[in-house]
Write a protein that binds this ligand. Sequence first.
Ligand code: PAF
Length: 284
Amino acid sequence: MSAIKIINKIKDMQEFSDRVRANSECLAFVPTMGFLHQGHLALMKKGRELADVVVTSIFVNPTQFGPNEDLASYPRNIERDLELLEKERVDVAFIPDAKDIYPDRFQTYVELKSLPDHLCGLSRPVLFRGVSTIVSKFFNIVKPHIAVFGQKDFQQLLVIKQMVSDLNFDIEIVGVATVREKDGLAMSSRNTYLSPEERINALSLYKSLEKAMEMVGAGVRDSSKIIAQATELINLCPDASIDYIKICDSETLESIDTFDRPAVMALAVKIGTTRLIDNMVLQA
Ligand code: PAF
């Protein structure tokens, strides 16, 4: 097992990447907020498969959290993260200081016009502005050829792809399928907040997606019927409160009433105080 290189300073990261590029080596980048789980490790594996050098970032990005969200309590365990990254043979962990990333007079943000006006963007108004800003900053710092993101954050993946296209970043964006626990719960750093009883109820997200797949398989095309079933299933859990359940166009995220084109069913549900998201591409 080779020791992972830790880089904290922006300039050092840029110089490292310049050297990789000067050697004609391919650099893959996996941005994370740490507290890594198997879902993140699948992204690292994909990076390892595609590139000569894999760089990850561990940074809990303050600009993507709203004032009443879990920035302060977001789970952190850098030592454990580094051990996991070493096992995946990740070359560099870029762990910057928030003050260097957002110095006092910072004032430039990257904002998309319409993709954030759906799903999570409605209940978390600063989320995607924060994500597109930090990811574009990281792209300028890490200078990757490839960047890898999870499909669990379906909307985030679309936002990044759109941003890369709109701003002409010369970077290939690779999406990796959601990694699930044995029973189907999508892996998330926030699962750690769940009590044992909430953990059982959290499975209702996956069950409602499975039910939707089953209905689509049986020929149901009316989104409202599928959403009604999912709502019923989730509402069986006393501590669940639904933020949204939507069936939407998998490119624009516009809601669709009749399932007649590539679609994704996406949902966000609070189990107790923990907000979880999940999605599934619906196959006719
Ligand atoms: O998906 C995440 O963990 C974050 O949104 C990201 C992409 C690392 C940006 O902070």
